[in-house]
Design a protein around this ligand. Structure first.
Ligand code: DGL
Length: 267
């Protein structure tokens, strides 16, 4: 089976990492739109044009399943994406809402990009399944530009120059019992986020919710229903739209020690 995944850059790699073990014999095509990152503060019109280019690319590759590994895109366009491309489409927001319900969270904070937070997609989706769960949405527009241009996320440097402590403090003061990485880039900051949380509290451990894990639990269950007849070998073809040393290094890291062959092409 051929599985297409896309994101504005390295964010979707945090999703791919969770999916490789679930589809060990399949082919992945990963489109990282590094030229247009970050998506999170762009206009809706520009983002739809960008999404259309990517969807047309995947149509030409004849993929069997599409994973929107970008919250901003699915927050704004999930219905349009499903109409545009006639194959099963999966994303990160609805599986996360299922998890919130299943684990009975009472007060969750969502960190996300401007567009994702403005759309209230997490709040709507969570409260449609768990009407009593309170949701605090916090936009973190500086984080993706920081991550896409920073080697320190890999090195887990002790301090980084972005407004993490301020956002974590907001969630802490609101007494959240879970925090959702509402952007697929944010798991790359998890070390820094967890450290900031532990500075606030040693006796109130936080449950960090990674939507990529919620999606992978869903796909484990649905795998049999989506498997196609197309034969493939385990490989990942990474396509990026602008050279990025960080992308090259993380994509290598993810496929290292696996049976997935890989290639990286800049288009
Ligand atoms: N990683 C994407 C998301 O989950 C896009 C972030 C961005 O490019 O601003 O929203």
């Amino acid at each position: 089976m051929k599985i297409g995944l896309y994101d504005s850059g390295i964010g979707g790699l945090s999703v791919l990492k969770e999916l490789l073990p679930i589809f060990p014999n399949d082919q992945f095509i990963y489109y990282g739109d590094t030229k247009n990152a970050p998506y999170g503060s762009k206009s809706k019109e520009d983002l739809w044009k960008i999404n259309t280019v990517i969807l047309n690319f995947f149509e030409s590759k004849k993929i069997d399943v599409l994973i929107v590994a970008c919250n901003t895109s699915s927050a704004l366009f999930l219905d349009k994406i499903k109409k545009h491309i006639d194959i099963p489409v999966f994303e990160l927001i609805h599986p996360t809402a299922e998890k919130i319900k299943y684990d009975r969270f009472k007060k969750v904070t969502v960190f996300g990009t401007n567009r994702t937070i403005d759309s209230h997609c997490y709040k709507t989706s969570i409260q449609s399944l768990s009407p009593k769960t309170e949701v605090l949405e916090i936009a973190c527009p500086l984080w993706v530009p920081f991550i896409e241009t920073s080697a320190s996320i890999i090195k887990n440097e002790t301090s980084i120059d972005v407004d993490i402590s301020e956002k974590v403090l907001q969630a802490f003061e609101w007494e959240a019992d879970g925090i959702i990485f509402g952007c697929s880039h944010y798991p790359f900051l998890s070390h820094h986020l967890e450290k900031e949380w532990s500075k606030q509290s040693t006796n109130r451990p936080m449950k960090w919710i990674n939507p990529a894990q919620a999606l992978s639990s869903l796909l484990k269950k649905e795998k049999e229903t989506i498997t196609s007849v197309t034969k493939s070998v385990p490989r990942v073809d990474f396509i990026i739209t602008k050279q990025s040393a960080l992308f090259t290094s993380i994509s290598k890291e993810i496929t290292k020690n696996s049976k997935f062959a890989h290639s990286l092409t800049i288009i």
